[in-house]
Design a protein around this ligand. Structure first.
Ligand code: GAP
Length: 450
């Protein structure tokens, strides 16, 4: 199946099964903003928990932070975003559409979709103009230039301005890192591809502070390796992941070196960035020192040196990685002996929004009561779904489609010996286990802190 089909099918599945809805749908939708429904919020939360565990909880050298979205406007002057966080934009005077001037080859002419904008006679493109991607609003009741604030376009700056607060409170020594997960906003000119490029999204960012006279390039390599391994641990296929090194023309204003981790979304999207690993040097801390007139130096107690550390940044999109795991997991399969095939979301068990379906085979002989009791026992430990309606095959299909790794069926034998069947989503293998051991059985296979 070609990937445009997969994306279309995912959009439909995500809506139908409650993963992701278009924002403000009843009003015709808000442009490229999406809401996460009951299953989507669990999936994205599991992904964020995996990141937080790997980057903060499992390490002694990284501290967590939750900085505010609204910051002092000088932050964005210091960071270079007011002057330079722009994309070149062109308008078509003929059809009134707006495009990124540097991405015309990725866009379609609304009038002639087989052509790129500017490629046929009717197009009348303006000269490129720079468009700042930051959303502006006002702090307080007065809508005047003195009260302009921005919705942050990256979470990183909240970490830099708190660098010394966190270092002194936690008594960390360089090298150490600060991590946070939070919303970021960019007024993208051409958002799209479902949750791939949106105007409101979540980032998971970590800034690692290192000695500028030390082995900073080794740390850069270390974090590249760690981050690639993390994406593989989510079950993203190895041959769909690669590093892309930024050329000097591609490097952001703050970066000395940068690698993207790209995932192959297939179809016309192909390989695209899901994470950036950046060597930011001392750009940010030095600029904040300059603009705030406050020292942001680290004092090395052993050598008695005072210095502004270099920063190695890892920056990954929670929504874009959610899309990657959905695309990676989606498959359609024939089922032996059945006319209808099945749709499976092959999500890693730790990411699956529901860990187990619980099915009484029939509605008699005490099976529904047993199933309800078992669900109630499992639910405090992980999300389970009790489904009593429809043929058993149909119930399996409903869980396959949302990525539930295990289904427990209560049948006649359960009522005599207390065992249930466990059916594996991927292999379809079934085995009998004691209902009393179901919790340990599933917990061991989820490996949610792996
Ligand atoms: N602090 C560095 C930084 O923000 P970036 O490469 O601009 O770097 C990092 O963004 C990640 O954030 C990207 O790899 C992507 O996963 C995610 N991201 C960026 N813009 C996005 C958008 N408009 N919609 C969804 N995710 C986005």
């Amino acid at each position: 199946m070609s990937s445009p089909d997969v994306m279309e099918k995912l959009v439909s599945l995500c809506k139908r099964r409650g993963f992701i809805f278009q924002s403000s749908e009843i009003y015709g939708g808000a442009g490229s903003v999406w809401d996460y429904g009951p299953l989507g919020v669990e999936l994205k939360k599991n992904l964020k928990d995996r990141w937080w565990h790997a980057m903060v909880r499992a390490r002694g050298d990284i501290e967590g932070l939750d900085a505010a979205i609204l910051m002092h406007p000088r932050v964005w002057e210091a960071s270079g975003h007011v002057a330079g966080f722009t994309d070149p934009m062109v308008d078509c005077k003929a059809c009134k559409a707006r495009f990124r001037a540097d991405k015309l080859e990725d866009a379609q002419c609304p009038r002639k979709p087989s052509k790129h904008p500017g490629e046929h006679g009717d197009c009348e493109l303006t000269e490129p103009r720079n468009f700042n991607l930051m959303f502006k609003t006002f702090m307080g009741p007065l809508e005047e230039s003195a009260s302009v604030v921005y919705l942050r376009p990256e979470t990183a700056q909240g970490i830099y301005v708190n660098f010394l607060n966190v270092q002194q409170a936690s008594r960390q020594k360089v090298p150490f890192g600060i991590a946070q997960i939070g919303k970021a906003f960019r007024n993208e000119i051409t958002p799209g591809n479902f949750i791939f490029r949106t105007r409101e999204f979540e980032q998971m960012e970590m800034q690692f502070f290192v000695d500028p006279d030390g082995d900073h390039m080794q740390w850069f390599e270390f974090w590249k390796g760690q981050r690639m391994a993390w994406h593989q641990s989510l079950g993203l296929q190895q041959d769909r992941l690669l590093f892309h090194q930024h050329t000097p023309q591609e490097l952001a204003h703050y970066a000395r070196a940068a690698f993207d981790i790209q995932f192959d979304f297939g179809g016309t999207l192909g390989f695209q960035e899901i994470e950036g690993v950046h060597h930011r040097g001392d750009f940010d801390l030095t600029r904040h020192q300059e603009y705030s007139s406050k020292r942001l130096e680290y004092v090395d107690q052993v050598s008695n040196r005072r210095y502004v550390p270099f920063v190695i940044e890892t920056s990954v999109g929670a929504d874009r990685t959610t899309l990657a795991v959905l695309v990676n997991g989606y498959r359609e399969e024939a089922v032996a002996g059945e006319q209808e095939g099945r749709v499976v979301l092959g999500l890693h068990p730790s990411l699956a929004p529901i860990k187990a379906g619980v099915f009484p085979l029939t509605k008699k002989d005490g099976m529904p009561e047993f199933a309800e009791k078992l669900s109630n026992e499992l639910r405090p430990h992980f999300p389970v779904f009790l489904d009593e309606s429809g043929a058993i095959g149909r119930r399996y299909r409903r869980q396959d489609e949302v990525g539930t790794p295990f289904c427990l069926t209560i049948d006649q034998q359960t009522m005599t010996d207390g065992t249930v069947t466990v059916r594996d989503r991927d292999t379809l293998a079934q085995e009998r286990i004691a209902a009393s051991s179901a919790r340990e059985y599933i917990a061991a296979r989820i490996g949610h802190l792996a």
